[in-house]
Design a protein around this ligand. Structure first.
Ligand code: SF4
Length: 212
């Protein structure tokens, strides 16, 4: 399968993940730093075996400076728990490290990062992947899938199976947990949630296979 910018392109270098995150604080590789409160870098153990990639920080993450702390992050943590995965053992990050939004009155409405922004920010994601060296990388949603596997990869088509790219880790594509929050019909929401948890269980089992 084709590789996206986080795997195919060059990336930042440095002696440690901390040093790279400090370099990223001053990043101006695209315009998104201008309106965001702060950069939100990935978090988790340096030797995490499971590595999750979302899209970008949301409103809450932008304010607090940590990934996956908003409503979708809380739901994600619940689903991880139901899948038997200890979140504290996972590295969680985003394809794009600054919040992109449109101001509507007092509200800041999430705006999807474009291909150029994804490409620019892959500079940091590639470095995170190299430093953590996980067994399994889970792409949560279309933006994360694109940065790993390019624009031809599709969540609906490529979801729920191990994808091998010749790297040391398997890639698993699934939905972003924010999708679950947007489903109005209760039955559908419950069904999709179970499907997402099944994908997370598969990620855990791929990790176990890699360790065996
Ligand atoms: S979104 Fe990424 S590439 Fe753009 S300024 Fe922020 S850290 Fe740099």
């Amino acid at each position: 399968m084709k590789l996206g910018p986080a795997l195919a392109g060059e990336h930042a270098g440095g002696p440690s993940l901390l040093a790279i995150s400090q370099q990223a604080e001053g990043c101006q590789r695209c315009e998104l730093y201008k309106n965001a409160t702060q950069l939100v870098f990935g978090e988790g153990p340096r030797d995490a075996r499971l590595f999750f990639i979302g899209e970008q920080p949301g409103d809450r993450e932008d304010i607090e400076g940590h990934p996956f702390v908003g409503p979708a992050g809380i739901l994600f943590a619940q689903c991880l728990e139901e899948a038997g995965i200890d979140r504290s053992e996972c590295y969680v990050t985003n394809a794009v490290k600054h919040f992109k939004y449109e101001q509507r009155g007092k509200r800041r409405i999430h705006s999807k990062p474009n291909a150029g922004e994804i490409q620019s920010c892959a500079w940091w994601l590639g470095a995170e992947l190299e430093k953590v060296r996980p067994d399994v990388v889970v792409a949560l949603g279309a933006t994360a899938t694109r940065t790993l596997l390019g624009s031809s990869a599709k969540v609906t088509r490529d979801r729920g199976r191990a994808i091998h790219t010749g790297r040391d880790f398997d890639i698993l594509v699934t939905i972003h947990p924010s999708y679950l929050l947007r489903i109005r019909e209760r039955g559908d929401a419950s069904q999709e949630r179970q499907r997402f948890i099944a994908d997370l269980r598969m990620a855990a089992s791929l990790r176990s296979e890699a360790r065996a």
